[in-house]
Design a binder for this molecule. Sequence first.
Ligand SMILES: [Zn+2]
Length: 248
Amino acid sequence: MHAFNALITELKTAQKLVVVTGGGMSAESGVSSFRQAMIGPWANYDVRDLATPQAYARNPKLVWQWYNFRRLQSQTAQPSSAHHALVDLEQHIPTFVLVSLAIDGLHWRAGSRDLIELNGCVQRTRCVESAHLGDWEEEGEVPPRCQRCGSPLRPDVVLLGEGFARQDVRRAQIAVESCDAILFLGELSAADPIAQFPFSAKRAGARVLTVNPDPASIFSVMADIHINDTPGNVIPALVAGVTRVEGA
Ligand SMILES: [Zn+2]
C-alpha cells in the first residue's frame, strides 16, 4: 500500500510523463503474443516465413494473411480498464507521451492520442513504394494495391529485422530525455531503445516508476518505485487516485 500511495503522489506532481507499454497490456486484453498466435495452420510455419521483409518479398500473400489473422484477433479484443485509465491520465498531465510496443491498436481505440507505436499498428496498411498509409482492405487482390500509387500494400508494422522507424525512436527519446517521470507498465521485452529508457530518464533526473509482475526485469530493478503486480490490477485505482479532486 505504501508503494501505491507513493506512486499516486509522484503522478500527481508530474508535469511531463512518459508511459511505456507492451505485451503485458495486450495480454490483459486477451491479445495473444506472436508465438501464442502460431496455432492451427500457422503452427507449420517459421517466424521467418511470416514476419520478415524477405518473407514478404517471397510470398506477400502469406505474410498478408498472417497479419490479417492477427488484425482480426486484435479487432475482437477490447481495450482493458488499464487502457481506458491511461486516457484519463493523459488528460490530467500537462505533457504526456505514451510509447507502446504493441501492434494491436488498443491504445488508439481506447482514446490515447499522444501515442508513439514503435512497432506500428496491425490495423493500418502501408504501400511498399511510397509508404502511403491506409485502412485494411477486406476484399479483392491479396495483397491489395495502393489506391494512390498502385504499389502493393503491406501491414504498417515493423517486421523482424527491419528496426524501428528512426523518427519514432527519436520522438520517444526526446520525450524520455525531457520528462520528469517515466512509468513502465506490464511485461516488456527489454530490447533497445526501450531498455535504454530507464538509464536515459535517470540521467535526465526523472523518476522511474514500474508496475510489473516481474521484479527481476530491468525496468523493475531500475525503478525508484516498483509495484509487483499487473497493470490491470493497479492502474485503474491508481489513476482514480491521481485524478481525484482534493476535498471531493
Ligand atoms: Zn502508395
